[in-house]
Design a protein around this ligand. Sequence first.
Ligand SMILES: Nc1nc2c(ncn2[C@@H]2O[C@H](COP(=O)(O)OP(=O)(O)OP(=O)(O)O)[C@@H](O)[C@H]2O)c(=O)[nH]1
Ligand SMILES: [Mg+2]
Length: 203
Amino acid sequence: MSTAGGKVDLKIVLLGKENSGKTSLVERYVYDRFAPKYQSTIGAAFGAKKITPKGSSKAYVAGIWDTAGAERYEAMSRIYYRGARAAIVCYDITDDTSFDRVKHWVRELRKNEENCLVYLCGCKKDLVHENKQIRKVDYHDVNDYADDIKAKLFETSSLLNDGVGELDLLGIFVLSLNKIIVYMYKFTFIYIIYYVHIPYLHA
Ligand SMILES: Nc1nc2c(ncn2[C@@H]2O[C@H](COP(=O)(O)OP(=O)(O)OP(=O)(O)O)[C@@H](O)[C@H]2O)c(=O)[nH]1
Ligand SMILES: [Mg+2]
């Protein structure tokens, strides 16, 4: 993955158990490619993608930190979610232990990065297309859990490029939220200047 320099408008972090499909998701989203051979991520990797919201002439850069799922890198992953605007917590829908890790990361995020929006991503959707028995994590159970923690859920297949485009929508949503926050700051600033400082100027 490239370590493209330059300004990043929004930071997204991917968390989740090893082998859950994080790197494949980023590879599909950023470079539109898929590698079937598993290569465990060491430490973390970075990918950047330009997002242009509909009706906007400006392109924004989403910086995506793909963390290593192996538990020995857990302390390092904490460094990468600091200051992230959104976290995509991945699990493999054919591996129920990967969903236990989701709960762990959600607890971590809620405790340490409360402003970070949480998205849950069930990866490897294609594996259950032909054999439904392979599914070990029920969509509806996770959806209920997502409702409880006020997160959004999506399922993807990086192999078939199915559902990966959701990441664009996520980016656009976070960018619009950022804009609203900036407007709120500006409005508060104008309010303070007008109503607090003006009377003093006329006194
Ligand atoms: N069939 C299928 N296989 C997938 C999919 N996504 C990932 N895989 C495979 O699952 C394995 C693990 O994928 P990775 O993306 O490397 O997993 P990871 O979460 O980055 O793993 P760590 O880097 O160890 O944390 C690889 O062999 C991928 O090819 C998918 O959508 N469908
Ligand atoms: Mg990886």
